[in-house]
Every structure is written in structure tokens, then in C-alpha cells.
Design a protein around this ligand. Structure first.
Ligand code: 10G
Ligand code: SF4
Length: 318
């Protein structure tokens, strides 16, 4: 039987960003250098496949430091960043810790600190409960940061009109939603200090741009990524907003809902910043079993950025 044709438009850039690449390398190198177990606080990045691969090599994932026994083995903090209390607790227990926080998240942490030192109250735009938001809020004393998630939150902000203010954002937000929230904030508080450079990172921005280019051209669009991955969720939303009614987030090929995807001639495909390329290939293979597939890359930006490893892992092993 002949297969129907299917044109797959593959978004580029997609998948691993420099922060994710670095974080996974930190766990891999720590395992090589110090042997198993290596403890990791929180999923190193929000991807089950990545976590399982590292677990197989000897990483032990925990949510809090008190789940770790007293040990000389390394403890790694996830790419999303941690509150100041976390390294403090590690030091108090003499735990050898390595920080896999993305340098672009650390940049936001330092910004928040500078604002606080200069007497500004910090408004953080982000999603409540997300580990990055918990980490950024935890850079400053309780009450020094107010979280806003929506335009409604901006409208109901209860702050003195003359309070010196600054805002920062989570790095993985929707570029468009955030622009609207920032516009509302600056309309209500014209004196508010903005970040020197966007806090939404280059990877988030580029992946959303590419989806914007592809979504209007396809019958359906799949985002490979985890349900707890903020940047992946945003990609699915962007596709839906660009008019692609059949936009789905899937962890891997086995989650493709063939009925929901329906009859298609064109498919858009991308992956969140924490999703490995092997899972994208798996999805293409799954379509190739049912369709005569042609794959075309739609590239909207080039990415060359790479981050240094922590000092401890750059030095040659003793
Ligand atoms: O998109 P989020 O923040 O949920 O994380 P992720 O692990 O899915 O992707 C990598 C992004 C970060 C580490 C947050 S800066
Ligand atoms: Fe860093 Fe952006 Fe990747 Fe987050 S999504 S790890 S901020 S590069």
C-alpha cells in the first residue's frame, strides 16, 4: 500500500539550549570524576528521558537536600537555580556542591540583588511554584519580591505610588504575554526600572520565533517536551495562538494521539530546550511508518552560544 505524502517542517532552533547542555555535562563529568552516586537536587532539566539516562549512570535525584545522607559525594543544583538558602544549607552540612544553574538565570539573580541593594522593591514576572521563580524570589529576603503572573495581577498590585520599583522576569516566558505585562506595569508605574537586557533568554525567544514562522503553514504541530517544562508549554501556546488548532505537547513518540492529529498533509515539529534530539528523531520515525515523509528545516536564527563549566570541573582531575 502506498503511503500518503507528509511534509514535516522542522523548527530550528529547537531542543537543547546552552544552559541545558552545560547542566547535563556537569552531571556527566561529576559522575566520571567522582563516581556514583552523584546527587542532583530537582530534575537537572525538566525531561524524563534525560533524568532516566543520568539515573542509569548513577545520579540520584532528590527534591530537597535533607533527602541526602551526610556524604563526600557531590550534590548538584539543577539548571533552574536555587534560593540562597539552598547553598547555605549545603555549606552548613559540609556537602560538596556544584551549581548547574544556567548563567542566564544567575544573571537575573544578581540583577534582583542589585535592585534590592539600591532600595527598589522587585516585581518578578513569572509562574508561581516554578523552581526558577522559587530560586529567584529566594535571592532576597521575604517580602522584597512580589510575583505577578497576569495582567490582572498588575491591575491589583497594592504598592505605594512612590515606591522605587524594578522588574525582572522568569527566563522561559511567552515573549508576547510578557510584553503585555511589562506595558501594563510601566503604564501603572512609569518610574519602574527595567532590566538592562531582556530577562527572557535567547533560547526561549528563538524557539518561539521559529514556531511562529512554522505554525501558520501546517495542519498540526507537535512540541516534544515535558508537561512541567515551562518553555515547552509556551511553544505549544505560541503555535495555538498563531492559528494552529492542532498543537500538542508530547514527551515522546508513544504519546502521539493519532486521532487528535487527524488527517494532515503538513506537520510542524519542534522541541523544548530540555528535550533531546533523539526524541525528535523518534517522532519523525513514527510518522515515517504511516506517511511518505519529506523533512524541511525552517531556521529563523543561528545559535552559537556556549557556557563555561564550573571551575571544579574545568581543572584536570587530581
Ligand atoms: O522551561 P523550564 O524552566 O520549565 O525548564 P526546562 O528544564 O524544561 O528547560 C530548560 C530551562 C531551564 C533550565 C530554565 S532557565
Ligand atoms: Fe539558560 Fe535559557 Fe536554557 Fe534556561 S532556557 S537554561 S535561561 S539558556
Amino acid at each position: 500500500m502506498t503511503k500518503p505524502p507528509l511534509s514535516i517542517l522542522l523548527c530550528a532552533p529547537r531542543g537543547f539550549c546552552a544552559g541545558v547542555d552545560r547542566a547535563i555535562q556537569i552531571v556527566d563529568l561529576a559522575l566520571e570524576r567522582y563516581g556514583a552516586p552523584v546527587y542532583v537536587r530537582h530534575e537537572i532539566v525538566h525531561n524524563k528521558y534525560v533524568v532516566e539516562e543520568l539515573r542509569r549512570k548513577g545520579a540520584v535525584f532528590v527534591e530537597e537536600l535533607d533527602e541526602i545522607p551526610d556524604t563526600g559525594q557531590p550534590v548538584i543544583f539543577s539548571a533552574h537555580g536555587v534560593a540562597k538558602s539552598v547553598p547555605a544549607a549545603a555549606r552548613a552540612r559540609n556537602l560538596f556542591h556544584l551549581d548547574a544553574t544556567c548563567p542566564l538565570v544567575t544573571k537575573v539573580h544578581r540583577e534582583a540583588e542589585v535592585h534590592h541593594r539600591r532600595g527598589r522593591h522587585v516585581i518578578l514576572i513569572g509562574h508561581a511554584g516554578h523552581p526558577e521563580v522559587i530560586g529567584t524570589m529566594g535571592q532576597l529576603p521575604e517580602g522584597a519580591v512580589t510575583l505577578v503572573e497576569t495582567l490582572d495581577d498588575v491591575a491589583t498590585l497594592d504598592l505605594p505610588a512612590d515606591a522605587p520599583l524594578a522588574f525582572t522576569t522568569q527566563t522561559t516566558l511567552s515573549v508576547d504575554d510578557t510584553a503585555a505585562i511589562v506595558a501594563a506595569l510601566t503604564a501603572r508605574f512609569p518610574g519602574i526600572t527595567a532590566p538592562h537586557k531582556e530577562d527572557i533568554c535567547y533560547a526561549t525567544t528563538n524557539r518561539q520565533e521559529s514556531v511562529k514562522a512554522v505554525a501558520p503553514q501546517v495542519d498540526a504541530l507537535l512540541v516534544v517536551g515535558a508537561p512541567n517544562s515551562s518553555n515547552s508549554q509556551r511553544l505549544r501556546e505560541v503555535a495555538a495562538r498563531e492559528g494552529c488548532e492542532r498543537a500538542f505537547l508530547i514527551q515522546r513518540a508513544s504519546e502521539i494521539d493519532w486521532e487528535a492529529v487527524g488527517t494532515i498533509e503538513t506537520l510542524g515539529l519542534t522541541a523544548g530546550a530540555s528535550a533531546p534530539e533523539v526524541l525528535v528523531e523518534e517522532v519523525i520515525d513514527a510518522f515515517a511508518e504511516r506517511y511518505d515523509v519529506t523533512v524541511t528545516s525552517v531556521r529563523t536564527a543561528d545559535e552559537t552560544i556556549a557556557f563555561n563549566l564550573p571551575r571544579e570541573l574545568r581543572q584536570p582531575a587530581a
